[in-house]
Design a protein around this ligand. Structure first.
Ligand code: UD1
Length: 351
């Protein structure tokens, strides 16, 4: 069984990708310092796959500790690098923390990749690298624009660092540019666990619906789109996850392929914020409490993916539609609420 190292394996996309890798016959180890994730998610992975995944609680910014994981696992054939800070607003307030964390960790990991001659490396990039595109949908060839935030800059710089690293050694690299990953694994054993008040739309919708948030604010309704709200490309997290397995298989099946390749991972459909809310109301059967507020600084008016390259070259298929995304996100939120209630009642018993 080929062994894949997943960094950020306890995170949202990382955990779903581990499930997909195991289901496709891979052996997986994880590095996650759990500074922004919970190791408990590994129980969810085990519930789905029947496999217990080893997680090294290591900060990738610590080179020696990172290297020790490679020394212990000399049979790693591929690395999928998710671990990073990803809150856009936070990155504006703490830019150096973002550059330090996201870039030092990447550089350490790339040094290990080259020192241990790991054949494949897959990097979590983002559609944020396109900035505000002039033409949509965007293809991988669409020119990138200046980043809207330090977080976005770390993704652009990360891509640049990998491009230069790829000129040395035999490792081959894939950059995956995610659009808006949402939803939860169809088993509802794993899902997104945002820290604090969620900045992203779908967890903000579901938290509003369960009453954790009083009212959702739609950031702007005066955009030049079909209903005035921003347009995004929502894609189910399990579809994103499977693309990573396909990326590793693609690298393994094309030994003479390019040293570096890039793929968009989006559904190819532009969906507005109001349409997303309507889809949620339909699947949950309940109206959502929301109001229209000011535009959010840094928001892009409209973006969605041309995903032809991933479909044709990776053999990727989008299996879940918007209703599926909302249904699974909603079921997961209700499960979290139920678990919270259980926790509270246990605590009150203890008290
Ligand atoms: C953002 C980042 C993107 C990052 C992604 C994952 C920017 C420009 N992009 O995507 O790089 O990879 O997060 O964390 O910041 N919205 C509301 N009300 C809310 C929350 C969101 O109306 O309470 C709207 C936003 O204005 C936006 C859409 O919903 O139009 C999607 O927002 P969000 O889920 O935060 O994702 P992005 O901003 O697209």
């Amino acid at each position: 069984m080929a062994k894949i190292l997943v960094t950020g394996g306890c995170g949202y996309i990382g955990s779903h990708t581990i499930v997909d890798l195991i289901e496709n016959g891979y052996d997986v180890v994880s590095i996650d310092d759990n500074s922004r994730s919970s190791e408990g998610i590994l129980n969810g992975i085990e519930a789905i796959t029947g496999k217990s995944v080893k997680n090294y609680k290591v900060d990738l910014c610590n080179y020696d500790e990172t290297m020790a994981v490679f020394q212990e696992n000399t049979d790693i054939v591929g690395i999928i690098h998710f671990a990073a800070y990803k809150a856009v607003g936070e990155s504006v307030h703490f830019p150096l923390m973002y550059f330090e964390n996201n870039l030092f960790s990447l550089i350490n990991l790339l040094k290990c990749t080259q020192d241990f001659e790991v054949p494949y490396f897959v990097f979590s990039s983002s559609c944020t690298v396109y900035g505000t595109p002039q033409i949509i949908p965007v293809t991988e060839a669409t020119a990138t624009q200046p980043a809207e935030s330090p977080y976005g800059a770390t993704k652009q710089m990360g891509e640049q660092i990998i491009q230069d690293a790829a000129r040395v050694g035999n490792t081959r690299y894939i950059l995956l540019r995610y659009f808006n990953p949402v939803g939860a694994h169809p088993s509802i054993s794993i899902g997104e666990m945002p820290l604090g008040r969620p900045a992203n739309l779908v967890p903000a919708i579901t938290q509003t619906a369960v009453g954790k948030i009083d009212k959702l604010t739609v950031f702007g309704s005066d955009y030049d789109t079909r209903d005035g709200s921003c347009m995004r490309d929502f894609i189910h997290v399990s579809d994103i996850a499977h693309a990573h397995t396909l990326a590793v298989e693609f690298l393994a099946s094309k030994p003479e392929g390019p040293k570096l390749d890039t793929f968009n991972l989006g559904s190819g459909n532009g969906v507005t914020v109001f349409e997303a809310i309507k889809a949620f109301e339909k699947v949950s059967g309940q109206p959502l409490n929301y109001e229209v507020g000011e535009r959010r600084t840094g928001d892009v008016e409209a973006i969605y993916a041309d995903n032809k390259k991933a479909v044709e070259e990776l053999g990727w298929q989008v299996r879940y539609n918007l209703d599926d995304m909302m249904r699974t996100a909603w079921a997961w939120e209700q499960k979290l609420l139920h678990q919270g209630a259980l926790f509270d009642s246990q605590n009150s018993k203890l008290n």
